[in-house]
Design a protein around this ligand. Structure first.
Ligand SMILES: Nc1ncnc2c1ncn2[C@@H]1O[C@H](COP(=O)(O)OP(=O)(O)OP(=O)(O)O)[C@@H](O)[C@H]1O
Ligand SMILES: [Mg+2]
Length: 469
């Protein structure tokens, strides 16, 4: 907060002047009101942190002013002052929400102490509000990071649908956090106290998937020596997460459709229908529309699953989340006794902000873990980054910074020469004059770079150059 503003409310001018003489030299900004009504008008025109009001005033008195502050939920504190004989009324004022009271005749020190206490209280209240907000979001989505508008929309959506029973379809490229979101939906839902059962439909061989999902009875097939529960049964009361749903075979798609329609299923080799009190959350990194068009995914099942779609944006569409995610993963992997990496350098961060992240958040997480293990720290520099990331950090839109042709034209060969010189110097600086790395940054081989350095007569700046500016 900048300077604190205090509104002095008194119908007697001498009192207003006296308080101003105490408060202004102490560094406070002071406004005045000539009575209760005037005070209410002033509070609506301007923001005051503290209202210091006389108790007895004609028309609206100090109690009325305090009442107005409380009822209008104004973010300021009211302090009342009164003559010695009316302390009881001052105590009444505190009961309705005044912060404190002062008795007349005023002692300057006393006024300042009460004002300081009020400011301390205001600051604590603000901090408390802030912490509560933080706590709320942390509990809600545990460890899911994202400040970008796109992720904030996802969080809003998750919050809304968690409370419902609707089937959810999560769409997004690999590593965008589909499973994380599925868990958030489950654990924030009324089913949160029951199991969350994930099944990766793409990782289980087709012939095993059916019994994995629905279980089997004894003797259902060769090798079924005893009856076994499937994942649907294990998920009773909770949620089942069908990951990579597009990989499900056509015959299983029919069986899943039936569960969705009739809310019951049978074990393989069984006849007894089992009620399915299960929420279904499915996910895929494929374009399901396309899979339907190509006849690889049943249209009716698609519609049954696609009741509420959630689309998770790839990291390259929310680059502003990168620093936050890095901080999150640094905290996660840096917790050991070594605790040596504190941050990424500005240059390194710039490269990471540019990189396309085909593996999305998972790729970023792996990178941070790797840096924590491999780097000496305390800061990860551009030279520490893997070549793949250095090579892929241009966004492909333009490889040349914007240059404008000057009015009077330009000498092409010297301009090209100068550009080459600048960009090579930058690559050398970024790579700490390690020529192999600089060459990689420029996508040329080392020999070519060495030739160019010779031709341009480039020299590594020495400490001395540095000092000479
Ligand atoms: N917003 C996020 N905040 C924090 N961590 C995240 C976030 N998104 C993803 N992660 C982390 O990235 C990794 C990949 O996430 P997850 O497994 O949920 O992705 P996915 O979309 O299911 O990927 P795949 O399609 O490859 O299965 C996990 O370790 C997860 O904790
Ligand atoms: Mg996954």
């Amino acid at each position: 907060m900048g300077r604190y503003k205090i509104l002095v409310v008194d119908d007697e001018i001498q009192n207003r002047e006296y308080l101003a003489e105490v408060l202004i030299p102490a560094g406070y900004e002071v406004g005045y009101a000539e009575g209760g009504k005037d005070a209410i008008a002033k509070m609506s025109q301007d923001v005051y942190h503290i209202v210091l009001t006389d108790l007895y005033m004609p028309e609206l008195d100090g109690l009325g002013v305090i009442q107005h502050i409380i009822e209008s939920n104004l973010n300021c504190v009211g302090i009342i002052y009164t003559g010695y004989g009316s302390i009881k009324t001052a105590v009444d004022a505190m009961k309705i929400g005044a912060f404190d009271y002062i008795t007349k005749p005023f002692k300057p020190d006393e006024i300042i102490v009460v004002i300081q206490k009020a400011i301390e209280y205001l600051n604590l209240r603000e901090e408390n509000l802030h912490l509560k907000e933080q706590l709320k979001s942390r509990y809600k989505f545990d460890n899911i990071v994202g400040n970008s508008d796109k992720m904030q929309k996802v969080f809003e959506m998750v919050e809304k649908i968690a409370a419902t029973e609707s089937t959810v379809l999560i769409l997004g490229e690999s590593g965008t956090g589909k499973e994380l979101i599925a868990r958030a939906i489950h654990y924030n839902s009324p089913r949160g106290g029951h199991p969350f059962v994930p099944v990766n439909c793409g990782a289980i061989p087709e012939e095993l998937l059916e019994s994995e999902l629905f279980g089997h009875e004894k003797g259902a097939f060769t090798g079924a020596f005893r009856a076994r529960m499937g994942r649907f049964e294990l998920a009773q009361g909770g949620s089942i997460f069908l990951d990579e749903i597009s990989e499900m075979s056509p015959s299983l798609q029919v069986k899943l459709l039936r569960v969705l329609q009739e809310r019951e299923f049978e074990r393989v080799g069984g006849v007894r229908p089992i009620k399915a009190d299960i929420r279904i959350i499915a996910a895929t990194n494929k374009d399901l529309d396309e899979e339907v068009r190509k006849g690889r995914f049943r249209e009716d099942l698609y519609y049954r699953l696609n009741v509420i779609p959630i689309r998770l944006p790839p990291l390259r569409e929310r680059r502003d989340d990168t620093p936050l995610l890095i901080k999150h993963f640094l905290e996660k992997y840096n917790s050991g006794p070594s605790n040596k990496i504190t941050d990424f350098s500005k240059d390194a961060m710039a490269v990471l902000m540019q990189y396309k992240w085909p593996g999305n958040v998972r790729e970023l997480e792996n990178l941070v873990e790797r840096m924590v293990v491999l780097c000496d720290g305390p800061v990860v520099n551009i030279t520490d980054l893997p070549d793949k990331i250095l090579a892929g950090s241009s966004d492909g839109s333009s490889c040349v910074p914007q240059i404008e042709l000057p009015e009077g034209g330009i000498d092409l060969s010297s301009a090209v020469n100068e550009f080459e010189r600048t960009i090579i110097m930058q690559a050398l600086a970024k790579s700490g004059w390690v020529k192999n790395r600089a060459a990689r940054l420029l996508h040329v081989n080392r020999t070519t770079l060495v030739e160019k350095i010779k031709k341009q007569k480039l020299q590594k700046p020495t400490e001395l150059d540095h000092l000479n500016g």
